[in-house]
Design a protein around this ligand. Structure first.
Ligand SMILES: [Zn+2]
Length: 143
C-alpha cells in the first residue's frame, strides 16, 4: 500500500476537490479486491449541510448498492483517519483494509477496525496533513 496506489491518488484528488468547493478537505475511494475503483467521494457536510456525508460515506454512496460479496477483499482509501461512523460502515460492509492518508490531525476508529480484523495502514502523507492544516487555519469554527 503506497501513496502511488490509484485508490489513494483518487482519495487525495477528492480531498482537494472538497477544499476547492469550500468544504472539509477529506476524500475517500473504495477499490475492489482486483484493484478497480468502485466509487469515490469527498466530505459534503458544508456543501450539502449534511450530518452524515463524510468522505467514506460519500464514496460508498457514489459506489451505489452492490451485492455483499463485491465488498469482500475491498480496500477503503481515505485521506484522514476514519471517524467511528465511517469505521462502522467499513465494518458493516466487511472491507478488508482501510488505508489512511494521515492520522495526526484526527484519530478515529482505527483500533475498532483492528479489533474487527480489518487491516489499517497509515501512510502519513504530507499533502493530506497540509490540506487539513490549511482548512483548520482558515475555518477554525467549521472544524
Ligand atoms: Zn466519518
Amino acid at each position: 500500500m503506497s501513496e502511488s496506489d490509484p485508490g489513494f491518488v483518487a482519495a487525495l484528488e477528492e480531498a482537494k476537490a472538497g477544499f476547492a468547493e469550500g468544504g472539509v478537505p477529506i476524500g475517500a475511494c473504495l477499490v475492489s479486491r482486483d484493484g478497480s475503483i468502485l466509487g469515490r467521494g469527498h466530505n459534503m457536510r458544508i456543501q450539502k449541510g449534511s450530518a452524515t456525508l463524510h468522505a467514506e460515506i460519500s464514496a460508498l454512496e457514489n459506489t451505489g448498492r452492490l451485492p455483499a460479496n463485491a465488498y469482500e477483499g475491498a480496500t477503503m482509501y481515505t485521506s484522514l483517519s476514519p471517524c467511528e461512523m465511517c469505521s462502522g460502515a467499513c465494518i458493516l460492509y466487511k472491507v478488508k483494509r482501510v488505508v489512511v492518508g494521515e492520522n495526526k490531525t484526527f484519530v478515529g476508529g482505527e483500533e475498532h477496525l483492528r479489533r474487527k480484523g480489518i487491516e489499517v495502514v497509515v501512510l502519513e502523507n504530507e499533502e493530506c496533513k497540509a490540506l487539513m492544516a490549511r482548512f483548520i487555519a482558515e475555518k477554525p469554527n467549521v472544524w
